[in-house]
Each structure stands twice: as C-alpha cells, then as structure tokens.
Write a protein that binds this ligand. Structure first.
Ligand SMILES: [Zn+2]
Length: 82
C-alpha cells in the first residue's frame, strides 16, 4: 500500500464570519482581547472571564462600530455630550 505524507497546514479562521486564511494572520486582521474577572457575590475574582477573538477586516469594522455605539449610548444615558 502506498502512502503519501501531506504536511500540516495552518489556517486562521475569523471568529465572526468563519472566513479562512492560510499561512499567517494578515496584518489587517484583528486580535481582540478583553481581560476580565468573573466575580462572586462579594465582588471577589473567582475565575477568568476574558474573551479573545480573531477577526477579519469586515468583522473588525462591525465590532468597532458596536463598541463605539455602545460607548456613545452609555455617555448619552449619563447625559454627556457625544
Ligand atoms: Zn469575519
């Protein structure tokens, strides 16, 4: 029986839309990392609640807009100007 060895391939997958790129993460992709602790009812950190995402340019724009819109809404809710 013949055997052929196929080398491993590294593929990056967007955590948003599941788009794939090979070899290395393109410079226009984003690594989003939000560091946070999960707190118990007394406010003590009990676990890591961080999130980490690899995002393609399209999904990066969506996330940027969502963050900016959320921050503007919070500022508006506090009565601050945009
Ligand atoms: Zn994407």
């Amino acid at each position: 029986m013949a055997e052929r060895n196929i080398p491993a391939q590294k593929v990056f997958v967007c955590d948003g839309c599941k788009a794939e790129v090979e070899e290395r993460m393109p410079s226009d992709w984003t690594k989003l990392h939000v560091k946070a602790n999960a707190l118990d009812f007394q406010g003590c950190a009990v676990a890591d609640a961080s999130i980490s995402r690899d995002l393609c340019p399209k999904c990066t724009r969506v996330v940027h807009k969502a963050i900016n819109d959320s921050m503007a809404a919070l500022a508006s809710h506090r009565g601050e100007a945009k």
